[in-house]
Every structure is written in C-alpha cells, then in structure tokens.
Ligand binder design. Sequence first.
Ligand code: HEM
Ligand code: HEM
Length: 563
Amino acid sequence: MLVEEKKSGIIDSILERLGINEAPLFRTPDYMYNISYWLGAMVAASFAYTIITGLFLLLYYQPAFAYQSTQTIINSVPYGSVLLFSHLYGSYIMILLAYIHMFRNFYKGAYKKPRELQWVTGVLLLALTLGASFFGYSLVSDVLGVNAIDIGDQLLVGTGIPGATAIVGWLFGPGGSAALSSNPLVRSELFDRLLGWHIIMVFLLGVLFLFHFMLSERYGMTPATREKPKVPSYYTKEEQEKFNPWWPRNFVYMLSIVLITWGIILFVPNLLANINGLPIVINPYPAPQAGSPQAVSVQPYPPWFFLFLFKLVDFLLPNGIPITPILTIALLVVGLVILMLLPFLDPSDSLYVTRRKFWTWIMTTLAVYLVELSVWGYLEPGVPEPTSAQIEFLGPPLVIIGIIVYLWPTERKTKTVSTTATDSRVIKMNITPMEILLGAVGTLSFAATLFNFIQFPTLINGIILVPLGLFAIYALRRISFYVLGGKPVASVGNTSSRISLRKKIAFFGIIALFVVSLVLLGLMWTLPSVGPQATYAGMDLGVILLLWGVAIQLYHYEIFVKE
Ligand code: HEM
Ligand code: HEM
C-alpha cells in the first residue's frame, strides 16, 4: 500500500526518525506549565551545567599543584574564571534548588503513594549533592577547603566508631596536612583521592537521578490537590490521553527553564567576582592557599551549605560539656533517616497540607532551623552555646510555627474544578503553601537578623538586613492580600480581550529580547577572554541566556496558552 508522503522539513524528518513524537515521555495538563512543577528540572539543569563545566576544569586541574593550577585557571585559561566560578555556583544553586524542590514536594504531598521511592531517592540525591560539593570544595587547596577536610576528619575519628580511622584514610588518603607538604607526590596522593571521590559522587548522582527521573515518567507529576485530593494521586491512562504530548510543548517549556537556570548560574558568580569585600562564604574566588602566611588571618568557615552543622557542633550538652562527635553524627543520621522514611511515617491519605498538621509543623520548623542555624553559624562561628541559648533561639520558631499550623483552618471540601487540556479557563491561585513558607522564613530571618544588628551594629550585619527586609516585605505582601483582603484561594481569571492584548505584547517582547541579546552577543566578543576580567563576558553570557529563556517563555505563552 502506498503511504501518502507528507511534505516535511529536515528537522521534522529527523524528529520522526528519532521517534520523539511517540517517545513515552509524560503528557502534561495545561496547569502544570508553572515553575512549581519544574523545580526538579531546574535541579537537573544545574546538575548538567556542573558536569559540563567540571569536565572542562578537569582538562586544566593538576592534583599535585592544586592551588597553582586553580590560579592558572582563573588567570591564564581563556574563560577559565567563568568556568570555575560558574561551576562553584552551579553546585550552590543546585543545592538551594534541591532544598526548595524537596520542601515544595512536601507541601504538595508529592511524597505520598505511589511516589514514596521518589522521595527516598530524592533525599539520597540531596545527600550526594552535598557530598559531591564538599569534595569539590576541598579540591582547591585553599585554607577553607583544607580546613573542611580537617573538620570532617576530626568529626569522624572523634566518634570512636571501630574502623573510623580506616574510613578517614579511605576518604582523605594522607589527610589534610598533606596539602602543606613540599613533596608534589604527597600532595597529589591527597588531591587525586579527593578528585576521585568528587567524580564517584557525581557518577552516583547521575545513576540515582536516572532512577528518580524514570519514576517521574512512570507516575507523572502529582496532580493539583483540587484535582486529586486523596492518595494515590495520579492521572489514569484515559485522563492522560487528553493532555498535551511531551513534544513540542514540554520541550519548549523545558528549554526555557534550562536557559533561565544556566543564565542565573553564569550571571550571579561573575557579578559577585567583581564586588570587593564579599563575605568569604559566598566569594567565588578561592581563599589564600593552605599553609601560606596569609592563611593565618582567615577565620575557619565551612562551605555555607554545612554552616548549620558548624553551629550544631558548638552546642553544649545540659551538663555543660560540648556535644560529642558521635552524638552529632547520630543526630544527622537519625534526622536523615526520618526524612527519608517520611512517606511511611505520615499515615494521612489527604494531600491537603492543612490536613497533615504534625508533619507540616515538623518540616516547616526544619526549614526555619536550617536557615536559622546557618545564619547563626555564620555570625557566631565557634562560640559555645549553652542550653539556654539553644532554647532561646530554637524554641520560639518551634512554638510559633506549631501554633500557626494547628490554628490554621483545615481545608473544607471544595468543588473540583476541571483544568484539563480541553479547559480554556486560567485558574489563578491567590496563595500557595510555598508563599506561606516563604513568608514565615522571610519574617523570621529578618527578625533574627534585626535583633542581631541591634546587638552588634556592624556594617555587614546592616547590609544583610536590606535584602532580608525586602524579601520579608515581598513575602508578607503576597500573604496579606489573602489574609486581610479575604480573597478566595483560587479564582478563574482573565477575559479573552485582555489575554489577546498580552499576547500582542508578548510577541513584540520576543523581538525586543532578541534584539537586545544580539547587541549583548556582539559586545561579548569585545570583552577580554583571559584573566579575572573574563567575568564580564560571563555576566554578559548569563544575561543573554536569561533573555533567551524569557523569550522562549513568552513564545510558549504566545503559542500554547489558550485564551
Ligand atoms: C563530571 C563532573 C564533574 C567534574 C569532572 C568535576 C571536576 C572538578 C574539578 C577538576 C574541580 C577543581 C577545580 C579547581 O579547583 O581548579 C572541581 C571543583 C568543584 N566542583 Fe566539580 N566536577 C564535576 C561535577 C560537579 C558537581 C555535580 C558538583 C556539585 C554538585 C561539583 C561541585 C564542585 C565544587 C563546589 C567545586 C569547588 C569549586 C571552587 O571552589 O571554585 N562538581 N570540580
Ligand atoms: C539532585 C537532586 C534532584 C534532582 C536532579 C531531581 C530531579 C527531579 C525531576 C526532574 C523531577 C520531575 C518533576 C520536576 O521536574 O519537578 C523530580 C520529581 C520529584 N522529586 Fe526530585 N530531584 C532531586 C532531589 C529531590 C529531593 C531532595 C527530593 C525530596 C526529598 C525529591 C523528591 C521528588 C519527588 C517526590 C518528585 C515527584 C514530584 C511530583 O510528583 O510532583 N527530589 N525530581
């Protein structure tokens, strides 16, 4: 039988040969084209970014001359500073996003049946991300990295667990002191080992991520609570049929998400690299070399993502003696295991966050503690904290969050609103659990920092107040609309005439963004490619990717969002 040949372009033919149109990638309802459903994709985009830049760094990094080769990367390799700084911030942003993704999935109930394994593997992914970042951070051979090895070494050996010394030898080879050796062979024994672990952890992350993602493909993303309020929450095959196929809409949306994430990863560190006097924990430049005369004046700080742990080891037990290494490790392990087992510990079958009060209380307190302990660890490093100080700082959030969560009215049954692909209305949420979380975190961090500023009115404490204050105002403003104005939680918005005007604006917006990005692209070639000034080109490229990401978002809105 003769099949009628459809006229198609080269790209269509390639896609057809690749079978992308029929690929078993999940179908998505209209309302899921919202960043909250793509946070995992943003984490994955940061992961991909660090892998790409990491492989380039590997070309120049020499374990026997770790610090010197890092300086060479910054000062002599074309765009080396951009590569190194964005690799560092790619990992920072990956960690931040993984936390946000985790808390979002908690509030949305995405850890419940049938996605328990996704949650469990997610917690392991977070732990591995922290591990990979720790080893990467120690590769530089600056005083902070070597200090981090020493702290890790002492913490493990201090537990007194049989075999702890063997584990430390396995992890760190000859130990942090080898970084100070004048013999390159001894130094390379240490940094080869660290590089090995760095790459092993990345490999494990990759394998586990494939499994994590495969599970996403299996069950799709968790439907909105208003659609499926009870476990197990997933769309049936018949329901799926009505949704948008992966190609081309998901691809377009994903591309914009990837570009925006990469744009931020490039822009932020390259901007920070040009600001003088940055606090050492966020400075993209390495600290002085371990063992150098300048290193003596550097206060030991762990990487910011372990600051919470740094404060925890300052805690004194009720009898006044410092918390022991074994207790610290036990607390960490127990906490991690409880977090991992959350899907099995929370028996409720409702996805409404207001019907899961106990765990909402615990998880929100955990989020606040992570921020609070990190800020505390940064402001008062190494200061022993008696039980009274621990209660003073950690008690109020526990009580306040408990009161808010238990007094918050339990969700009443709402009418199910269909928001499948055939539905053309746009459902607008006036408030989300994430906004409540942001409001709580923002206000508490601002209040704590203000209190600290009143006690210690230093410049840096004053500077920190500004972004925190703005963030708190923003977060509270969003919530107050709902609380004071008595607005409904969700509404059906927008008349078609307004949307059509918006689409016109979007159309011209895309053109404007491309024109601006072309100018920036031209500018990039005039900027130096070697040395610290290459960071200007890094910023430029970051803005270009961001603009393209936003332009593709507008394109998605223009083409796919129904009026
Ligand atoms: C195949 C993947 C990767 C390779 C080959 C790689 C390789 C490297 C190398 C060679 C360095 C040392 C750079 C230097 O000091 O000169 C480094 C640093 C680092 N890596 Fe990776 N990496 C990879 C993926 C990752 C991932 C996935 C993360 C985080 C999750 C990460 C986090 C870091 C961090 C935080 C540093 C320290 C950078 C600095 O302090 O400026 N890396 N990596
Ligand atoms: C390296 C870190 C991680 C990566 C790369 C990653 C990636 C992803 C991706 C791509 C998805 C598909 C949906 C989406 O884009 O949001 C997803 C979903 C999911 N992830 Fe992760 N994830 C990571 C860490 C975590 C963590 C720390 C948790 C929780 C402890 C977690 C739990 C989940 C759950 C429950 C889902 C299903 C979401 C839903 O059904 O709505 N993941 N993850």
